[in-house]
Design a protein. Structure first.
Length: 434
């Protein structure tokens, strides 16, 4: 009975959000409550929901202040100098433009907001591509691949979803994945070099001499009044210190971002009115993400508290050949590509991953290892027709969605495989369990 209820709940959730009958936020709250009532757990629903929310509270706090911190750094102009440097360096050389596109997208995508990253990168690079005559598919492909790699950060979304679904620390998922992500970055830059060299052979190098290559007024901040160029060095030191303490694990991730955000706000915007304006400017993005995390607490709390996930894992375990069971981490990494392409991140991380993880536990594979494996497929995920921000990218770049998929899907798959192989080589998750 529990097995049937569990799978029915997951399938209902996935169908409703994939057909857009309900938003993920509403579905995560309503669906588990309905199925818990069907299962006769009416008296225990409240405690199970609160337990799930309590477990995810640190993740919600971390996301809230991480989003606000990086938004604050963008508003203050921290990323303006590297963006201008890249634009000055690329000039009229297609090879430099392609590599510069990848580097720019990697920098801008650090905030975890795909739509904002696409608007900034396309606005900066499309005029150059048009002037030189380069294929805009290359630009769009490199931008979305960079976004897929940087989407693995805890504030990007998938890592937080995986951590919240499995009740593990986001930093324990993310920090060991950094070297593997670096391999993905190198792979992206190599691809940019290859396509840039091919475009250079086709077009040659155009020497711009009309002053358009100055780029001294370029800014990635959407709020010019919020820029603080005189505090650039202080903001850079604060961000480097934050990244260093994050990797070193000096304090829990939520605490680090709370402290860093507070210091950044005091330094950059000491006026109370300015502080309120900065928070209000990004409140919509924060609310959407954090609300989803707390709603996920209800879903996972009921799924675990009712015993559904245990029953589902036992039935799934019975179907897995004994020879395949120890390799569930690798299997999860591989299936994360097609699964997150054909279904939303919410459906995969809250519906499929907990069941796979419970089954993997019988072979000595820990939840945090499964969480790391599950985020490998993100470069492929962003090319899914289910991702709204991708439509924004193709619209801005003036290309067809199918053209972007044909160009970038094979490259995204190669990057995912490179990240997976690097993670396996570094022992981030095991090739085989017990």
């Amino acid at each position: 009975m529990l097995t049937f209820l569990g799978f029915a709940m997951v399938i209902t959730f996935m169908v409703l959000i994939m057909t857009q009958r309900l938003s993920a936020l509403i579905a995560l709250i309503v669906i588990p409550v309905v199925f818990a009532l069907f299962g006769g757990f009416a008296g225990d629903i409240g405690p199970m929901m609160l337990q799930g929310i309590t477990k995810l509270a640190p993740t919600g706090v971390m996301l809230m202040f991480a989003i606000l911190y990086f938004a604050l750094m963008i508003d203050s102009g921290l990323f303006d100098p590297p963006v201008r440097f890249i634009l000055r360096m690329v000039k009229g050389d297609p090879l430099k433009i392609a590599v510069g596109t990848a580097a720019l997208a990697l920098i801008v995508s650090m905030d975890g907001d795909g739509a904002t990253s696409y608007m900034i990168c396309v606005a900066a690079m499309l005029p150059l591509y048009s002037r030189i005559g380069m294929n805009p598919r290359i630009m769009a492909g490199l931008i979305i691949l960079a976004g897929g790699i940087m989407n693995m950060t805890p504030w990007g979304g998938p890592t937080a979803r995986a951590a919240s679904a499995l009740h593990v620390d986001p930093s324990a998922v993310f920090v060991p994945m950094i070297p593997a992500m670096a391999v993905g970055v190198l792979g992206l830059l190599a691809m940019a070099y290859f396509y840039g060299k091919r475009e250079r052979a086709r077009l040659g190098v155009l020497h711009l001499a009309d002053g358009t290559e100055d780029h001294s007024d370029v800014t990635v901040s959407q709020y010019p009044e919020a820029r603080r160029p005189k505090l650039l060095l202080i903001n850079a030191m604060l961000t480097l210190g934050l990244m260093g303490t994050l990797i070193a694990g000096v304090l829990p991730l939520p605490v680090l971002f709370m402290i860093a955000f507070s210091i950044a706000m005091i330094i950059n915007y000491p006026c109370l009115k300015a502080q309120k304006e900065r928070v209000a400017a990004h409140a919509g993005n924060v609310l959407a993400v954090v609300g989803l995390i707390f709603a996920a607490g209800i879903f996972t709390g009921i799924l675990s508290g009712t015993g559904m996930v245990d029953a589902m894992s036992k039935s799934l375990l019975a179907l897995i050949p004994d020879a395949m069971g120890p390799y569930l981490a690798v299997v999860t990494a591989l299936v994360s590509m097609p699964f997150t392409f054909f279904m939303s991140n919410d459906a995969f991380y809250y519906g499929v991953l907990p069941v796979l993880t419970e089954a993997a536990g019988h072979y000595g594979i820990s939840p945090v290892e499964m969480a790391r494996a599950s985020i490998v497929g993100q470069p492929v995920h962003l090319l899914s027709p289910l991702v709204p921000s991708t439509y924004l990218l193709v619209g801005l770049a003036k290309i067809e969605f199918g053209d972007l998929q044909r160009f970038a899907l094979k490259l995204a798959t190669l990057i995912c495989l490179a990240i997976m192989l690097a993670a396996l080589a570094m022992g981030v998750f095991p090739l085989a369990g017990n």
